[in-house]
Write a protein that binds this ligand. Sequence first.
Ligand SMILES: Cc1cc2nc3c(=O)[nH]c(=O)nc-3n(C[C@H](O)[C@H](O)[C@H](O)COP(=O)(O)O)c2cc1C
Length: 191
Amino acid sequence: MMKAQTAVEINEVLANRRSPRSLDAAAVLSKEDLLAILEAARWAPSAHNGQPWRFFVGHRGDETFSQILDSLVSFNQGWAHRASVLIVVAGVHTREDGTPNKGYLYDCGLAVAQMVVETHHRGLVAHQMTGFDATKAGENLGVDPSLTPIAVIAIGRQAPAELLQGAMLERENAPRERKALEEIVVKGLPN
Ligand SMILES: Cc1cc2nc3c(=O)[nH]c(=O)nc-3n(C[C@H](O)[C@H](O)[C@H](O)COP(=O)(O)O)c2cc1C
């Protein structure tokens, strides 16, 4: 496991998490793991407790899974077909009074972040994707027009990197990189 290089120790799940593409095509998620992952998302904070997130969960082998897989760009299809589940997160983009819900993307991102942390905490892996056709996903799944599909999350069990080839294999083994704190903390970084 290539741990994130941090100025001080951080939460282990956050330090060790990465977005692998090599997944075990035989792994099945237990009901308990899947429920926990969805609960973690449910309990995310959101503006006015609006909870604009909605999830469409495909289990490898079922129709929903195929419909989600079909909406992915071909690069993502190339590895995500081995996921145990594929989840579309869609957001309620309008408030009850008909005005735009400006913060829905932020809220949905938070819910997915919690989902990802719970997934890795359970020894599984999650890989988010925006490389998908949102219109196609909406049509395939019959998503209500009040919802905008935002991203797809592949969840599964990590497999050896060598299952991949070429550039994908290289990326799988590459160290995780981030901008320096000095670059992202515009003001107020402790010295
Ligand atoms: C919103 C979002 C969209 C992403 N879309 C894709 C994608 O379409 N395909 C892919 O292989 N990885 C995708 N990724 C994974 C990122 O490339 C990855 O998180 C980033 O390189 C950092 O690596 P790490 O998650 O292993 O730390 C996405 C990640 C996020 C958060």
